[in-house]
Design a protein around this ligand. Structure first.
Ligand SMILES: NC(=O)c1ccc[n+]([C@@H]2O[C@H](COP(=O)([O-])OP(=O)(O)OC[C@H]3O[C@@H](n4cnc5c(N)ncnc54)[C@H](OP(=O)(O)O)[C@@H]3O)[C@@H](O)[C@H]2O)c1
Length: 241
C-alpha cells in the first residue's frame, strides 16, 4: 500500500462531514491538504482544525457547480497526487411528481459537475495518482429518482475515466447510504430522527455507518495502487433486501 506522506491531496468538500474526516485522516499521514468548499466560515473552521505542527492547510473557496469557478480553481492548483470529490446534491421522491428543475439540479450537481471535475483533474494528476468520487446507495429509483440516476452516472463516469486514464491515474468511487452528517443540517430534527430510525431497521447490519468507516474507504482507494474503475458500497448491505 502506498503512503500519503508528502502527497498533495485535493478534497473538494473537505470542510465538512465525510470529506473533513478524509482530510483529518490524510493529515494524520502527513499529506499536504487543499480543501475546497463554498461556505467561508466552514472552510475557516476546518482549516484551523486541520492545521498541524506549523503546517497550514490550503483552503480555497469555490462553488463547484459554477464550472467557470471550477476551471479557475484548477488552473491555480499545483500538480496533485490525489483528488477526492464530495460534491453531489440529492433529492427525494419518484419520477411522476418530481419537478424537472429539481431533477436537472441534482443531475447537474451529481453528474455534470463531477464529469467536469474529472476532466480538469486529469490534467493536474501526477503519474500514480488517484481520483475518488462520491456515489451513493440505499434509495430506489421510485424513492429518490434523480439521486438514483446521478449515482448510476457517477458509477459509469468512474468506469469510463478509469479506462481512459489507465495506467497513469486510477479512478474509483465510494458509495455511502444515509449517514448522520452535517449534510442534513437544514432538515428538521424530527425528520432526521425518523429517517435515522428507518435506515437503522432497513440496513441488514442494523445500524448506520460511522463517518470513520466511510472516510477510511477513501484513504484505502487512494493508497491501494491496483484498484481502478470500482464503486465501493459502504452501506451495511442495504441493497441486499
Ligand atoms: N450523508 C449522507 O447521508 C449521504 C448519503 C449518500 C451520499 N452522500 C454524499 O456524500 C457527499 C458528502 O456528504 P456529507 O454527508 O459529508 O455532507 P456535508 O457534511 O454537507 O459535506 C459536504 C462537503 O462538500 C462541500 N460542497 C458541497 N457542494 C459543493 C459545491 N457545489 N462546491 C464546493 N463544495 C461543495 C461542502 O461545503 P459547502 O457546503 O461549504 O460548499 C462540504 O465541505 C455528498 O455528495 C452526498 O450526496 C451523503
Amino acid at each position: 500500500m502506498g503512503s500519503l506522506k508528502d502527497k498533495t491531496v485535493l478534497i473538494i468538500g473537505g470542510s465538512s462531514g465525510i470529506g473533513l474526516r478524509v482530510a483529518e485522516l490524510a493529515r494524520a499521514e502527513q499529506a499536504h491538504l487543499i480543501i475546497v468548499g463554498r461556505d467561508e466560515q466552514r472552510l475557516s473552521e476546518a482549516s484551523h482544525e486541520l492545521a498541524w505542527s506549523g503546517q497550514r492547510v490550503d483552503a480555497r473557496r469555490c462553488d463547484a457547480h459554477d464550472h467557470d469557478q471550477l476551471a479557475a480553481l484548477f488552473a491555480d492548483l499545483p500538480p496533485l497526487d490525489h483528488v477526492v470529490s464530495m460534491v453531489g446534491d440529492v433529492m427525494g421522491g419518484g419520477f411522476l411528481n418530481a419537478e424537472m428543475a429539481v431533477i436537472r439540479h441534482v443531475m447537474e450537481s451529481k453528474f455534470f459537475t463531477n464529469v467536469r471535475i474529472g476532466q480538469l483533474a486529469a490534467h493536474k494528476l501526477k503519474e500514480g495518482g488517484s481520483l475518488t468520487f462520491t456515489s451513493g446507495t440505499g434509495g430506489r429509483a421510485q424513492h429518490a429518482c434523480a439521486s438514483y440516476v446521478g449515482n448510476l452516472g457517477i458509477n459509469a463516469l468512474v468506469e469510463g475515466l478509469a479506462a481512459e486514464l489507465a495506467p497513469r491515474v486510477r479512478v474509483n468511487a465510494v458509495s455511502p447510504t444515509w449517514t448522520l452528517t452535517p449534510f442534513w443540517r437544514n432538515v428538521p430534527a424530527e425528520q432526521v430522527a425518523a429517517t435515522k430510525a428507518h435506515f437503522e431497521t432497513s440496513i441488514p447490519l442494523g445500524r448506520l455507518a460511522s463517518v470513520d468507516e466511510l472516510a477510511a474507504t477513501y484513504l484505502f482507494l487512494m493508497k491501494n495502487g491496483f484498484i481502478t474503475g470500482q464503486h465501493v458500497a459502504v452501506d451495511g448491505g442495504i441493497m441486499l433486501g
